[in-house]
Design a protein around this ligand. Sequence first.
Ligand code: UD1
Ligand code: MG
Length: 465
Amino acid sequence: MTKNLEVIILAAGLGTRMKSSTIKILHRAAGRPIVDYVLDLAARLSDTPPVMIIGHQRETVQESVGSRARYAIQEKQLGTGHAVLQAASILESAGLAGKRVLILSADVPLTRPETLQQLIDEHERSKNALTLLTMKLAEPAMYGRIVRGPDGSVTRIVEAKDASADEMMIDEVNAGIYVFNGENLFDNLRNLSNSNAQGEYYLTDLLATLRQSGQRVGAVIAGDPVEALGVNSRADLAAVDTEIQRRVVEKLMKEGVTFRNPSTVVIDSTVTIGNDTVIYPFVTLEGNTRIGHGCVIEPGSHLINVDVADNVHIKTGTVAEDAEIGEGAAVGPYAHLRPGTKLGRDVKIGNFVETKKAVFGAGSKASHLSYIGDAEIGADVNIGAGTITCNYDGVNKHKTVLEDGAFIGSDSQLVAPVRVGRGAYVGAGSTITKDVPPDSLALSRTPQRNIEGWAAKKREERKKK
Ligand code: UD1
Ligand code: MG
């Protein structure tokens, strides 16, 4: 935490190159809107909530960001200098003497807190009026170029659109992240001119203003240029997503998670995984998914907001959403756990089993080809292959209750509302429409009749034709 530090986050632009109806800073990378990563940075560095400059889709942005920021509105996007100036009404009243102002862009989410700390430290050490983050790029593209004087000091930033052919050759560029001294910041912004190629008020012009008034300007070159990568297009968004994923996996590996092929998994930054869990290739883990230790998550599994306890085995191709899986349980291959599924300890859900709003007690099993919906299953219940809860009558959903130790024979239909009592048996192939008392056997199929010699006779008849 740095004392006397105010943070401003620029977020008023729409981001037209995204070709989206959603403002770019609310596009998600690794499960979170990209602005969230910038808000995290601000929170790491200052106790005071940042001032966000908002314009386009401001209600939606405010809804998403909430009380994590204070807000200043920029009605028209007249440039980055004009954007920062909008924070004047909030920050000037509190007084800026002796304070530092850190300026971040809401679309630059990969900067590490250590790098910003380095920027702030350098600012103090060199007694600068402005310290900016720069980077060296093989292809400097449309970034502002850093012009240095013969003594190596930064003299100017020239925007790509205003640059000469020689200036375009400069490989050091402006990352768009700055630490300013609070004194005179807003007065200097009020004096900016917009006589440039874009007719905008450039924040970057303050560099020359400060130099001309005899103040010091310094720069820190980011070791890893990815830290300054801005999201301007879908390609940038994909690059940011990939980098966040890489960091997530790297962190998880440090914490003791094994990845069989780390580059193939998709894991949101919101997901946690315990040590000694093994993640196979092509696994996708999203939202508030939490996985315990000692689990195995096999290929092609897709979990969204799933709570997985310790020592769980999720087999190939399992899809689960808004579900809980208890310790020691095994699920799949190819199981579908829909919202409201809660599996107790050591539950076994086998291949091609679909569950929805179904609570399974410890040790219960549905091993093959079943649909279990709106059901309350006790402990140690055995659900045979092909069992189906008929929970929907076309209008309403009804509940099936299977009490502890019940045994449901294969290919049974349980027509809800219905209850099978403790320890009761349902014979295979039954259609159960009435409650089954505890410890009894329910059978509803028609008794079998054998007609001896029937097939032989049929064959004889066929031969004669
Ligand atoms: C800016 C810098 C450039 C730097 C680059 C780094 C200027 C003049 N140029 O260019 O030197 O290399 O960032 O990414 O500052 N914004 C507003 N209101 C405005 C204009 C912009 O809030 O009126 C916000 C945008 O939403 C964005 C940020 O400021 O979050 C940067 O604006 P952008 O238009 O992307 O600037 P660049 O052209 O990328
Ligand atoms: Mg930009």
